[in-house]
Design a protein around this ligand. Sequence first.
Ligand SMILES: O=C(O)CCC(=O)C(=O)O
Ligand SMILES: [Fe+2]
Length: 386
Amino acid sequence: MPNMPNMPNRPFLTKQQVAKVDALEKAYTTQDGSYNFACSGIYPPHAVALDKLALYYQKPSDTRTRGSIKSVTFPLTAETAKDIYNAGEPSPFGRGSELVYDQTYRQAHELKPPHFALTNDLLSASGLLALLAKKLDYEVPLEGRINKLNAYTEGGFFKTHKDTPQSQDHIGTLMICLPSPFSGGALVIRQNGSSITFDWGKQTEDGSFAWGFLYSDCEHEILPVTSGTRITIAYDIFLGKNGNDFKQSTFDTRLIPIMKAFKEILKPEFLPSGGSLAFGLTHGYPMSYGTQEAGLTARLKTSDAVLMAAINKLYLRWDYFGVYDYDRDVYNDDDDDTAAKVDLKAKKNDTTYRDDIWIADDFFAFEGEYVGDSEGPELERDLDLI
Ligand SMILES: O=C(O)CCC(=O)C(=O)O
Ligand SMILES: [Fe+2]
């Protein structure tokens, strides 16, 4: 690789340093003990004014037929739910840049607007977006855009996949499960070795609506439906405008253990001659290729957001980068003298090497790699308290 600037010296951490960064990581990843990549809840029938709610739908191929629009009320019966399934068309899914139908991967039907509509906007009627913003700790309003209606009948499923972000502000998917008789069809969501299951068949038996949100960087699947018809309406959830970054004036008690762990790291013995500490973010974020990323801080999710809040609260200087882990693949086989100074074999056997938390005596940034806020602070070499 010609013209590559010097790679950072990325030394091994000492046992003492590892203990301190482990304590810090624990402080921000286990802040409230709950799963932080997905959440769910129930709306009992009275909460969504069921008596006024109806669903209109139409088979997309029947749009020219008079009287092709049907309407149903809630809770759905076995028959009305099945009729909605039958109106839908086989669901494709994204593979690479294509939409494909693959019955071994997904067996479901879907309806897209304008072929279905609810008589009431469930999201605003339920106050769900405000609740979700609060649960997920966003200081910005969230916006929901209806994407489609998904229907699975007995034997239907959708194997493990990730949803494709529609834009940088797209944070995840909200599913509202309509009450209808069904069993099986649990939604299983996985991230970083944890998993959470939303099984809505029983929860909607009394006519309740169930909802579940997942960040779009999470893997998820729908297990086979064992009886009845399972119907969900999927919304894409976006960060709204007028976003503020973390407000310095509000103090969040979750920051206390993180700040305490940071203070250990800021003692002079941690990096006696100064240096930088880099953290891999816990969550994934959509980035537009070839553009300078702006406003990542407002989009940070859960533990990443709390970590950033603590960094701000301590007045530490920070910046963010897209990092290609060259020393993992390219540099390993490259005897160029800019190669990273870390021996991969030694790294694997050494418990003091952390892939996701680095210390370095320099930042590195080269064309195409820097994704920091253009108005952000200048690069700094030291972890400084101002
Ligand atoms: O059917 C559902 O509830 C979710 C479907 C899904 O994961 C998707 O459409 O991407
Ligand atoms: Fe999905």
